[in-house]
Write a protein that binds this ligand. Structure first.
Ligand code: HEC
Ligand code: HEC
Length: 379
């Protein structure tokens, strides 16, 4: 009896131990400690519309209805823009490649990402980027700033980080907890995600408006032109915009593509940079890589010429060091490819005309944009 009882007891203890073991191991596998995040509802959320000041001669900037600019949203975007926390090893921020002093472009042909990896295209200026409605990047592969902002973090040639990790870093950061709360009214730190970060970055980028260069003061009121421009700048301006009665008369034709307020039509064109007897012969397909139409191969988005003296080197691959090189390219008529734009035609460029064109291009520099304290590093 006793032995039997003991055996039963033994068996029960053994079973109990097994169940316990099972429970413990099951616990370890399927029940991680519940992550509750931090309750943020006590922190202030008083959204105030951001007063986007647009120069009188600019149109209103189109703003998506699901991402209105607020004071705290723009401020958050500015922090994120300058914060290397978005990169794998905390070495690279957006501003590493989009430098304020270079009108938010880079000063090298190809930018370095995490670990010094070289990119494949030249970093573009972000001046007036909120106005571009015909696609972003040189090839227009994304439509909106919100969408664009998601790209650099995971790009192996840029910030090489995983958005899941960035979300965690931001969620655990007391300062960002408060800033995301203030910008978007979230209740819990776990609500911080990549889409809100992208919205904030887009809000900040929309404030990067450049419209107070000498060109702006002079160009929109013919009566005041002589007063603002030197005679060389004025000659350069007239040459840039010249449209002879006979379009076959050689002329620079810049204004066919670089025109109006933003000095770009924002179309995708081939300006004759590369010799390509066949449309399949381009090393960088540009727009064609997006539309998959061979006629778009070698076409790139016409960039703005605003602040052009600050954004060297030039073109999608930064191949030209100086504006003199750019002018030599255009006056030569460029290289043959079946889809070179008809407005790329050789023209005579005397030394004086070159000096004048360069003088005009200098008037597009907007010093108050470049030095605007609201755009600089907030840290
Ligand atoms: C390592 C360098 C690098 C970093 C870091 C970087 N960019 Fe860029 N950026 C580029 C390059 C290069 C391009 C052009 C790429 C292309 O066209 O394929 C570009 C293009 C853009 C454009 C498109 C502009 C236009 O007119 O189409 C925007 C907007 C932009 N970047 C914003 C950002 C933001 C926001 C961040 C940070 C989250 C960032 N970039 C980080 C190099 C960088
Ligand atoms: C047929 C349209 C067209 C004409 C005409 C034209 N451009 Fe361009 N321009 C472009 C395109 C497209 C690019 C970008 C090409 C690329 O990088 O592949 C560009 C790029 C540039 C750049 C480099 C900008 C940067 O940020 O890297 C400068 C500077 C420039 N053009 C100045 C001029 C001047 C000055 C003239 C007149 C002499 C002119 N362009 C005529 C289409 C044109």
């Amino acid at each position: 009896m006793t032995t039997q009882h003991t055996r039963t007891l033994d068996r029960q203890i053994g079973l109990g131990l097994l169940v316990l073991l099972f429970l413990v191991s099951a616990c370890g596998k399927t029940d991680p400690p519940i992550e509750k995040g931090v309750d943020l509802s006590a922190f202030p959320y008083q959204p105030k519309a951001f007063d986007l000041v647009v120069p009188d001669h600019f149109s209103q900037m189109p703003i998506p209805s699901d991402n209105p600019l607020t004071v705290d949203g723009v401020a958050l975007g500015r922090y994120l823009f300058y914060d290397p926390i978005l990169s794998l090893d905390s070495t690279i921020s957006c501003a590493s490649c989009h430098l304020p002093a270079a009108a938010f472009a880079d000063t090298v042909a190809l930018s370095k990402g995490v670990g010094g990896t070289l990119g494949v295209r030249n970093a573009m200026s972000l001046a007036n980027v909120g106005y571009y409605q015909n696609g972003l990047f040189w090839d227009g592969r994304v439509a909106t700033l919100e969408e664009q902002s998601l790209h650099p973090v995971q790009d192996p040639l840029e910030m090489r980080e995983d958005w899941n990790k960035v979300e965690e870093k931001l969620q655990q950061h007391p300062e960002y907890q408060k800033r995301f709360r203030a910008a978007f009214g979230i209740e819990n730190s776990l609500d911080i995600d990549r889409y809100l970060a992208a919205k904030a970055l887009a809000q900040f980028e929309r404030t990067l408006i450049s419209g107070t260069s000498k060109y702006d003061f002079a160009n929109f009121d013919w009566g005041t032109q002589q007063q603002f421009f030197t005679s060389s700048e004025l000659r350069g301006r007239n040459f840039f915009f010249s449209e002879p009665d006979d379009p076959n008369d050689p002329h620079p034709g810049c204004t066919h593509c670089h025109t109006s307020l933003l000095l770009t039509t924002n179309e995708y064109l081939n300006n004759g940079l590369d010799e390509a007897p066949e449309l399949t012969g381009f090393s960088d397909l540009g727009r064609g890589g997006v539309t998959l139409s061979v006629f778009d191969n070698g076409r790139f988005r016409v960039p703005t010429l605003r602040n052009i003296t600050r954004t060297a080197p030039y073109m999608h691959d930064g191949r030209f060091e100086s504006l003199e090189d750019v002018l030599d390219h255009y006056s030569s008529g460029g290289h043959y490819a079946p889809n070179v734009d008809a407005n790329i035609q050789a023209f005579v460029l005397t030394e004086e005309q070159k000096t004048d064109l360069l003088a005009f291009l200098q008037t597009l520099t907007d010093q108050s944009f470049i030095e605007n304290p609201a755009f600089l590093n907030p840290f």
